[in-house]
Structure formats: C-alpha cells, structure tokens
Design a protein. Structure first.
Length: 405
C-alpha cells in the first residue's frame, strides 16, 4: 500500500494528495540516470618516423652544402673590409694621439712568428729625450765614438739604434755597436740595451754616407763591387748609401760636448689591435711608393705633433727615416701568404689561378699620406702579374668607402 502525500496544484491553486508511485516517478525524473558506458579516449598525436627524419636531414644537408660555396666569397669580403676598417681606425687613433699630446706617437706592425705578416698592431710612443742626469752633462767623442758617460739615467733605457744629436744642433747620428752597417750586414745588437762604453762595448756614431755605388742596370745590386749586394737608398737620391762612422767632428768634442739621445719608440700600455681571423697585413707587399718594408723587423710608423708622418722603418738596420712618399699597407688573407700557398708565392697582390677564383680576390690597401697623415682605404686593383705593384698602389691612392660588419 502506497502512502499519499499532499501536492499543490499550480493551475488550481489547491492542495491534492499524490500516490507513492507518482512521487517515485517525480523523483526519477528529477535525478538523471548515470551513463553506464565510459567516455571515448582522446586521439594521441603520432610522431615522425625515423625514415621521415632522415629524409628531412638529408634535404637540409644538401641545401647547406649548396649554399656554402655561394656564401664564402661574401663572408671573406666582409672580413677583409672589417680588417681594413679596423686598421684604418687604429692608425688614425695614433695620429690623433700625437696631435693631442704634442709628442710623436705611432703604430708598430708586429710580425707573426717571424713571418712577413702582421696580425697585431700596437700603439707606440717616443720616450722623452735623454740629455744626462745634470744640466751641464756632456759626453766625450773621439773619432766618431762616445768614450764615456756619467750618471745612471741612461741605464736600461738607451738602445742601439737610438738617434743622437750633439751640441743640440747639426746632423742626427745613429748609435751603433759596429763601425759600418748596411742592409746585408745590419748592426747585430740593434734594438738591444747598451752597456757602459768600454773596450768591448762601443757607442759608435754613424751617419748616412753617400757612396759612389750606382745601379745602372736596375737589378738591385751594386755595379762596382767585387761581391754585389743589395743596397739601400734612404734619401731616394738614386745612389747607394750605408751608415758610416762619423769621423769628421770638431776636435773640441774629445773633451766633452752636450748631447741629446732621441730614443726609439716603445709599445704603449694601450690595448693592441687583433685583426679578424684569417686576415693579415702583408709585409711583403707593403711599403712606400716603389719600396718595401724590411720583412725581418717590426715596422714602425711614427706621426709628428702636426699629424704628418715623421719617421718610418725603412731598412733592415732598423733605422727610422722620414718617408719618401705615401705608405701602403696591404690587408690580405692568411691562406694566400707564400708559406701556405701551393705556388710557393705570395698571392695577396695577384691571384695566379684562373677566373672565377681571381674575381673573389677582395684585398684592400690602407694608404697613409706622408705629408698630412690622412688615412684612406681602397680596394686592391686587379693586376696582371705579381710584379705590377706600382699600378696597384697608384689605384690605392683613390679613397673609397670600406664599411665593416
């Protein structure tokens, strides 16, 4: 028997009695029956197969291999432009330093492992001249040789190769350990610190002396010597010159004469410049006008207080002389230097291989005007032979833009 419960009629507004079955039906309609079947699983994304991965990697390798030869010339050209731009800016910084301080300053091209190439440039400065420890300091000079010196301020600061001026006027002499020196036989102690004048430690005063040695056949050797040797022409007068002992000095100098020792440039504490990887300054091709830098030394370019080039290393003795013309520095590639090329020659000036290799030769000249010290950059002209350097240097005097990265 089912009990009845009262209900309220929404339409009639009166209470009525519903049976238990009606209540049960109402209860079942109010609560939904749970679904007896579990939900369908979500779809898991499928990964790539090993075969598909290998195919994609093969395509990527093929595209990369095809793109590298096309991109390499552009990358090489970019490094060469950056090297020339950095070199130009670094040299201009040395010129600005000389103007700012009112003292000579410059750059040194440091050879790499003794090879005729420079990968690093350093700033150099000229120490103050040394004129003795006292105001009345003098040195005795006999037959072109300083025979004594007082005081101790010269110790560890005076080197063979320094310049000497006597009585604060007249010619400038070179301090040497031997009486006569030339390109084939340079001073063996050039650049080393001197010791006190004695029977074994000589302070010879040398001066460039013009000799009647000509080169009429233009083969680079003396015409009238039993054993022809390469000669130097420091003042560009067309005849050979060597440094000889300065014997034509006043006799009064034997008792003492005021002196001034102009010391050689030394590296400054400023951070040096390291050229981009794979780029060098080719010292075989670099030089002045039609001459070349000595490849056995670290060439130095020195600016004066007015911004012009004051002195530059011009021969294998290390003597620094005023430049005879513009200075040309060839920024080239390390892999085109003679020690690594298959031809055994320097290929930075001229690439002997056939086109299109020669079309990718993108070296640059950094040119320094000797009278003003202004620095410019120009592309290396396409030459027809290894010896056609004159035409390349003439073209290098045309300033061009050489942006970096």
């Amino acid at each position: 028997m089912h009990a009845r419960r009262p209900t309220f009629g929404a339409n009639s507004g009166q209470w009525s009695v519903a049976s238990g079955q009606d209540a049960q039906a109402d209860s079942s309609s109010s609560y939904p029956t749970p679904n007896p079947q579990p939900p369908a699983p979500s779809r898991v994304p499928r990964g790539v197969t090993l075969l598909e991965l290998l195919i994609v990697m093969t395509i990527m390798l093929m595209v990369t291999a095809a793109a590298i030869p096309v991109m390499m010339p552009a990358l090489t050209n970019r490094r060469m432009r950056e090297a020339s731009r950095l070199t130009s800016s670094f040299i201009s910084g040395a010129r600005a330093r000389a103007i700012e301080t009112g003292r000579p300053a410059g750059v040194m091209l440091e050879r790499f492992n003794g090879l005729p190439m420079a990968m690093q440039l350093s700033y150099v400065e000229v120490p103050a001249p040394y004129a003795g420890d006292t105001l009345d300091a003098k040195v005795p000079v006999t037959n072109g040789e300083i025979t004594g010196i007082s005081g101790s301020g010269w110790m560890n600061s005076i080197r063979y190769g320094d310049s000497v001026k006597l009585n604060y006027k007249g010619p400038i002499y070179t301090l040497a350990s031997v009486q006569t020196t030339s390109t084939p036989n340079p001073d063996p102690l050039a650049g080393t610190v001197v010791t006190a004048p004695s029977g074994t430690s000589h302070w010879y005063l040398l001066i460039p002396s013009l000799e009647p040695f000509t080169d009429t056949n233009a083969n680079g050797v003396w015409d009238n010597t039993p054993t022809p040797e390469p000669f130097t022409d420091l003042n560009s007068n067309g005849v050979c010159d060597i440094l000889t002992l300065a014997t034509n000095l006043p006799p009064a100098f034997t008792t003492g004469v005021p002196f001034q020792i102009i010391r050689q440039p030394v590296r400054s504490s400023a951070t040096p410049l390291q050229l981009p990887e794979g780029t060098v300054i080719d010292l075989v091709q670099s030089g002045m006008t039609t001459s070349f830098f000595p490849v056995t030394l670290n060439p130095v370019i020195l600016f004066s207080a007015n911004g012009s080039v004051e002195r530059v290393t011009r021969n294998a003795t290390g003597v620094m002389m005023p430049p005879s013309g513009p200075i040309f520095l060839l920024t080239g590639r390390r892999d085109l230097m003679a020690d690594v090329t298959t031809s055994g020659g320097d290929e930075n000036l001229w690439d002997p291989k056939a086109v299109p290799e020669n079309a990718y030769l993108s070296n640059f000249w950094v040119t320094i005007a000797h009278q003003t010290g202004q620095v410019s950059v120009a592309e290396n002209a396409r030459t027809t032979s290894f010896t056609d350097i004159t035409a390349a240097r003439v073209f290098a005097q045309t300033p061009q833009s050489a942006g970096g990265r």
